[in-house]
Design a protein around this ligand. Structure first.
Ligand SMILES: CC(C)(COP(=O)(O)OP(=O)(O)OC[C@H]1O[C@@H](n2cnc3c(N)ncnc32)[C@H](O)[C@@H]1OP(=O)(O)O)[C@@H](O)C(=O)NCCC(=O)NCCS
Length: 295
């Protein structure tokens, strides 16, 4: 049986959704983002006997920083090498864009996925834990400040919590390198909060990228104990005012994990840790620009 990989087209929409509905008992996020993925490109499908049997998406998070996501194979066609073929094609297409780094995330329990990534040369760089809590509106919550992105960068540059996550921040299941540019974008969106003068704690809070009406994403939290308490109370107020049901967090620092567990967050032990893996291309793997200036 030959597996054919090609770019996805709008006609593949139903085939892709049919696969996604069979994954994780229908809890897959792909249906929420599929139209955007089809519009922006980077989505490939694997065909088996003319039918869509799997798909995968590559997204540029920032110049030179590529993210591999959405690798899915129809349950009836798993174990036939389709994911390996898709992942290889995804990495080759990514390398053709001459990235500095290519990353992906998967849970510790997903052994097939980890096996495929490691075989391609990806190496684990960070470990996070996915936690979530029901939104509750506290009786009283302090109003935090809205720090500038420069002020936030200054704090985060020396934040132990950021170092625990190797400088990465999780928004949903995507992990971005935290840069001054990304912080400026988050500042423009009103996602940066701090408490205290001078600031004793910082919070990055955004609507979840996949289900923004339902989930708030606590992308970063660090600071002194009192500041953490105040910022978390505020996060509940903010989420409840947005009409969201759940606050989700990707946490790398053990003390923030402990703090959130002590404050009503839950961890899914069956999934284990969320691993971020990366591939750093060697010079010889990226096409070299011809030097036309010399004989
Ligand atoms: C994970 C998934 C994409 C794999 O698709 P697939 O087409 O069955 O994978 P392939 O047949 O191409 O390859 C699977 C590889 O993993 C290996 N594998 C499978 N289960 C394994 C396990 N428990 N431990 C170690 N390796 C395992 C297989 O042996 C094979 O490697 P090999 O050819 O070197 O022997 C598919 O199961 C899926 O869609 N799962 C649900 C969605 C998902 O988890 N996506 C990934 C999110 S990061």
């Amino acid at each position: 049986m030959s597996i054919k990989v090609r770019p996805a087209a709008p006609k593949d929409r139903e085939g892709i959704l049919a696969i996604s509905r069979r994954i994780w008992e229908g809890e897959d996020y792909v249906p929420f983002v599929l139209d955007q993925w089809l519009a922006e490109g980077g989505l490939i499908v694997a065909e088996l006997s003319g039918e869509v049997a799997g798909f995968a998406k590559t997204t540029e998070l920032a110049p030179g920083e590529l993210w591999l996501e959405g690798l899915r194979v129809h349950p009836e066609h798993q174990g036939k090498g389709i994911a390996k073929t898709l992942a290889r094609a995804q990495l080759d297409l990514a390398l053709a864009q001459r990235p500095q780094v290519v990353r992906l995330a998967t849970v510790e329990a997903n052994e097939a996925s980890l096996h495929i990534a490691r075989e391609l040369g990806f190496r684990e760089v960070a470990r996070f834990f996915y936690l979530e809590a029901d939104v509750e509106k506290p009786a009283r919550a302090p109003t935090p400040q809205r720090p500038s992105s420069e002020e936030t960068w200054k704090f985060l540059s020396s934040s132990q919590a950021l170092q625990e996550g190797r400088g990465l921040i999780g928004f949903g299941w995507r992990f971005y390198t935290l840069t001054p540019g990304l912080l400026a974008e988050l500042g423009d969106k009103g996602a940066l909060f701090s408490v205290g003068t001078p600031p004793k704690g910082f919070l990055i809070l955004v609507p979840d990228p996949y289900t923004p009406a339902d989930i708030a994403t606590l992308a970063f939290l660090d600071g002194e104990d009192d500041a953490l308490e105040d910022l978390l109370k505020f996060a509940h107020v903010w989420a409840s005012e947005q009409g969201e049901r759940i606050i989700a967090a990707m946490v790398a620092a053990p003390w923030i994990f402990k703090f959130l567990i002590q404050h009503g967050f839950q961890f899914v032990p069956e999934l284990g840790a969320v691993l971020v893996l990366e591939y750093r291309p060697r010079m010889s793997e990226t096409p070299q620009v011809a030097d036309s200036g010399r004989e």
